[in-house]
Each structure stands twice: as structure tokens, then as C-alpha cells.
Design a protein. Structure first.
Length: 557
């Protein structure tokens, strides 16, 4: 049975049994406490808490989902970033008995599968054992094998708070294929449980896993959901890399289709990470294969593949510049010790596979150990980070933040290194910098500063982030903001040309663009482009804040 038929069979079975078919919601949830939609119940969360459902009490869906916790595990036999979740849900329409009976009927009678065993919650100090579910299973099949499990059989909530409860899981061919959650409780932000006035049912069954079992395959990647994609991937890649590429291609396609754009934050960061992994593989193979994959995915799921391709190509172009810079830097690394090679990952984002191309003797275990250490340092570094004076993380604000770094460096180029930042504030409309200087700037001096900033924007300087000990950052002369306390590990942003010549280097914990030429695209729809020969950066005000401190406000036109 093909996956399309499986999907429809599930939806129609529950429609026949009094459920309303509800389309999948976006991968971008309305719940701000979670990054992506990770389960079918998320769009129905309010209805478990008493809000009236416009669909009735019983619904069924096939929900597209993204889970990011498993990204580094993708490539084995079972982990996926993007998947489809089949689920039936009830908001007070029925509870344990009907939920279990419907699940058993679909698995055994509709699909003709044999259940190996089921699990139920054995209870803990806060919640009693789920004896009711165990009793229902025995009434359906006296011979069925039942296992009592602990915390793994208590599910939820999605996000910081929400409905949750004990679960019963169904195993077929040794694989957990269906999880049925009985939402009896509300869990608040302090992890306190209170009984829900109206209990509900929330179930989830991964379409990919179900297809694997029904089609009698060893892995999800051998099913009809993946096999046609994998056939389009160059043969030179081993099985693991083919799986990673196929998984990431699906995730990228659906994320872009739902409006996510590559960036340095939240959902955009995940998309950027997935795209860059694919670009690295294309770089290694010297074959551009991604377009073929998204054409296939687009045709199968009725997605606009041309939009996906355009977004992918834009990010690919940016990353290739970074790759080329990093590869040029790798030629300077004479000793392939782990610290030197890891710097290529840390500073230029070179994936391990690319580094391996140039240093085949690199020890993967040691590299991963360094990566883990780096991740831990990043966590502890947060104490020494600041948001760079940003009022928010809008794209316009981020562009003005990078312009702020350019402005400080331009002021130092015109007036000398004695110029020091004394304060800053950046909104989506304008930037503001307070700096040490003892007189008013002339119009000619302001124009000179503007010209330098606009020149660096036009030249498309790269913006590169490096984390390093504070002492090292001080030694290389990175700019620090007066009065700010930094941790032992800091982030330093370098703005440099493609040859590595550094124009600006600053301690900074905020967000930035990847290349200064992105600042030229700041204009909003309907606004005129900057005059020919003039750049987008413009000083709009310069004033005194008192003895020895000046303030500049500037915009990107």
C-alpha cells in the first residue's frame, strides 16, 4: 500500500467514524513558546482547555511537523527532521474506551497488521496507574501483551504549559507506531498538574513509520516517500549522506513553502543550517542536484518549487562566499591539529565533511569532543553577551545593527582610534550611537563618514562571528562598549573583505546580516531607491550630549 493511500485511508476511516477532517496547520505555530509545529494537537490546543471548537468535538488530520532536536541524528534508520503526523483528536466527545477501540480496529482490521504489544502508564507519585486503559485492551483481546511503563508513557505538554496525560502506545514489528494520549490534566509553567474539567484524546502516528511497517521495509528511507528522492542523489554519497540530503530537502521545501526565510535566529536559523548542509554536499560532489529534488517534492506535494529554488539559491550564494573564504584559510593551516581545524568550523561555518576533504586524517571523535566543548562554552557565554542595543529582532533592525558597526569603524578611520562607543540604541527605523569626541562634526566630515560606510556596503564585506576567550578578543583589539561587563567567553563580529582584510571587529551578542551588501536592500516596497552614486546609509542628526560626548542618528534609505 502506497503512502498516499495510507494517508487517505486513515482520514476516511475516522471521517466514517464521526470525525471532521481538518487540514494541516502551518509549520509556524501560533504558540510562541515553541519554534515549530511538532505534533498534530498543537492547532487544537485551545479546544482541550474549554474554547469551543469550530469543527465539532472529534477531528482528524495529517499534520506536517518539524522536530529539530534530532537534526544531528538524521542519517540513521529512524530519525527525521520533517515528517507527517496522522492523528485523531477529541475534545470531550469520547475518551479511553472509544479511542483504544478505534485504534485497534484501524491497525488490525483496516490494515491487517498484528500488534506485538501495547504499553500503559504504571503511575508515579503524582498520577495513579492507568488501570482503565489496561482493562480496555484486555476486553478487546485477552491475549494481548501489555507492558507497564514509567515517565515515557506520560505525554505533554507541547510548549511551556498545556494539556497532558498518560498514554498508551501500540507496537507493530517491534516499532512504536501509534501514541494515544489521554489529556486528563493541565500542566502549568511550574509543572503543577490540575484535573481538566473535560478530558480529551490526542493521538499521533508517523506516516513515514507506518509506511515502513505496511510496505515491509527496513527503514523509512526505503519507503515510497523517500525512495524516488534518493534515486536523484549522486551515487558517490554513502547511504547516510543520501538519507540526510533526502530528509533535509523535504524539510527545506516545506519550511520555505510556509514562509520561513534563512536568517540568524529562530526558525530562519534552522532553515539556514539545513540549506548550508546541502550546499556543502553539492560543493563536495561538484554537482548541483538540489533543484531536481525539490522539483520532485514540489510535484508530489503540490508545492511551488520555483519559490523554494529561488530562496535556496540566494542562501547558497552567500554561503559559498563564506566557504571559499574558509577554504582559503584552510590552506594556511599547516598543522592539522584539532584546534586549528575546528577554528574553520567555528569561524567560517565549514561543515565537518568539507574540513575532512582537506584534512583526511582529522579525528572525528576529537572533532566532536571539541564541538561539545564549544556548545557548552556558548551556553555559559550568555552571561557576557548583550543584544547590542537592539530594540527588537526585525530584519530592518538587524541591518541597522550591522550599519552601526560600520559607522563606528568609519568614525575611527576619519578621527582615529581614540573614538570610543559610549552608548547605542537601534530600532527598525534608525540607529543611534554615542561616542567620545569633543566638537561638532563639519558637513564635510559627516559626508566622509557616510561615504566610507556606503563604500563598505557596496563592496559586500562578509560579516563573520567568532567566539573566543575575552583576553584573546582584547589582544586583537576588538572594540568593547564602555561600562558593559563581559563573561570569560565572548562573541566577536568581524566585518572583512573577501581577502580577509578586517574593517571592523567588535564584541557583540546581537544579530547581524551575513554580508554588508544586504544593507543596500533596506528600502521598503514603494520607497524610492537611493539616488544614483549615493549609498543607502545617511546621517540624519549629530548633536552634543555634554562635555566630550557626541550623538549621531542615522538611517538606511
Amino acid at each position: 500500500m502506497q503512502s498516499d493511500e495510507l494517508r487517505q485511508k486513515f482520514l476516511q476511516f475516522f471521517k466514517k467514524n464521526g470525525h471532521k477532517i481538518v487540514p494541516s496547520s502551518s509549520l509556524l505555530p501560533s504558540d510562541s513558546s515553541v519554534l515549530f509545529t511538532t505534533a498534530g494537537m498543537q492547532q487544537f490546543k485551545p479546544y482541550y482547555l474549554g474554547e469551543e471548537s469550530p469543527y465539532g468535538k472529534n477531528v482528524v488530520s495529517c499534520q506536517k511537523c518539524i522536530r529539530t532536536s534530532d537534526i544531528d541524528e538524521v542519517g540513521d534508520e529512524r530519525h527525521l527532521t520533517f515528517f507527517e503526523m496522522l492523528g485523531n483528536f477529541s475534545f470531550g466527545g469520547y475518551f479511553k474506551e472509544e479511542a483504544i477501540k478505534l485504534a485497534h480496529e484501524f491497525i488490525v482490521k483496516e490494515l491487517g497488521l498484528k500488534i506485538d504489544y501495547v504499553t500503559v502508564f504504571k503511575g508515579d507519585k503524582n498520577v495513579p496507574p492507568d488501570e482503565k486503559s489496561e482493562k480496555i485492551w484486555k476486553e478487546i483481546d485477552l491475549k494481548i501483551k501489555i507492558k507497564r511503563e514509567g515517565i515515557d508513557n506520560f505525554w505533554g505538554p507541547t510548549g511551556e504549559e498545556g494539556p497532558c496525560g498518560p498514554t498508551t502506545e501500540i507496537y507493530v514489528s517491534g516499532i512504536e507506531i501509534w501514541n494515544i494520549v489521554f489529556n486528563e490534566f493541565f500542566c502549568d509553567k511550574n509543572k503543577k498538574l490540575t484535573k481538566l474539567e473535560t478530558p480529551g484524546v490526542d493521538t499521533g502516528m508517523g506516516l513515514e513509520r507506518l509506511a515502513m511497517v505496511v510496505q515491509k521495509k527496513e527503514t523509512v528511507f526505503e519507503t515510497d516517500l523517500f525512495e524516488p528522492i534518493i534515486k536523484l542523489i549522486p551515487e558517490e554519497f554513502d547511504e547516510r549522506k543520501k538519507r540526510i540530503i533526502a530528509d533535509h530537502a523535504r524539510a527545506i521545501s516545506f519550511l520555505i513553502s510556509d514562509g520561513v526565510k534563512p536568517s540568524n535566529k529562530e526558525q530562519g536559523y534552522i532553515l539556514r543550517r539545513l540549506i548550508r548542509r546541502i550546499v556543502a554536499y553539492e560543493f563536495i560532489s561538484k554537482v548541483s542536484f538540489f533543484e531536481k529534488l525539490i522539483r520532485k517534492i514540489g510535484d508530489d506535494y503540490k508545492l511551488r518549487w520555483s519559490i523554494i529554488d529561488t530562496e535556496f539559491d540566494s542562501e547558497k550564494k552567500k554561503f559559498l562566499e563564506t566557504l571559499e573564504r574558509g577554504i582559503a584559510e584552510s590552506g594556511k593551516v599547516k598543522n592539522a591539529d584539532i584546534k586549528s581545524t575546528f577554528l574553520l568550523y567555528q569561524s567560517y561555518g565549514l561543515p565537518y565533511d568539507i574540513i575532512k576533504e582537506f584534512f583526511p586524517n582529522i579525528n572525528e571523535k576529537e572533532f566532536n569532543k571539541e564541538l561539545k566543548k564549544h556548545q557548552e562554552l556558548s551556553k555559559t557565554a550568555s552571561a557576557g553577551m548583550f543584544k547590542g542595543g537592539l530594540a527588537d529582532d526585525k530584519p530592518e533592525t538587524i541591518k541597522l545593527h550591522t550599519a552601526h558597526h560600520l559607522l563606528l569603524a568609519a568614525l575611527q578611520e576619519v578621527f582615529g582610534k581614540t573614538i570610543k562607543q559610549r552608548g547605542s540604541n537601534i530600532t527598525s527605523e534608525r540607529l543611534r550611537i554615542d561616542f567620545s569626541f569633543d566638537r561638532k562634526l563639519t558637513d564635510e566630515e559627516k559626508k566622509k563618514v557616510e561615504d566610507i560606510v556606503n563604500e563598505k556596503i557596496k563592496e559586500g564585506f562578509l560579516v563573520v562571528k567568532r567566539e573566543m576567550p575575552k583576553e584573546e578578543a582584547q589582544k586583537i583589539g576588538a572594540e568593547m562598549e564602555f561600562g558593559v561587563k563581559y563573561g570569560n567567553t565572548v562573541s566577536v563580529y568581524f566585518i572583512q573583505d573577501k581577502k580577509g582584510n578586517v574593517f571592523s571587529k567588535e564584541f557583540c551578542g546581537g544579530s547581524h546580516v551575513n554580508s554588508t551588501d544586504e544593507l543596500a536592500a533596506h528600502s521598503k516596497v514603494g520607497e524610492p531607491r537611493p539616488e544614483s552614486g549615493r549609498g543607502p546609509f545617511k546621517i540624519i542628526k549629530e548633536e552634543s550630549l555634554g562635555s566630550g560626548i557626541r550623538r549621531i542618528k542615522a538611517i538606511l534609505k
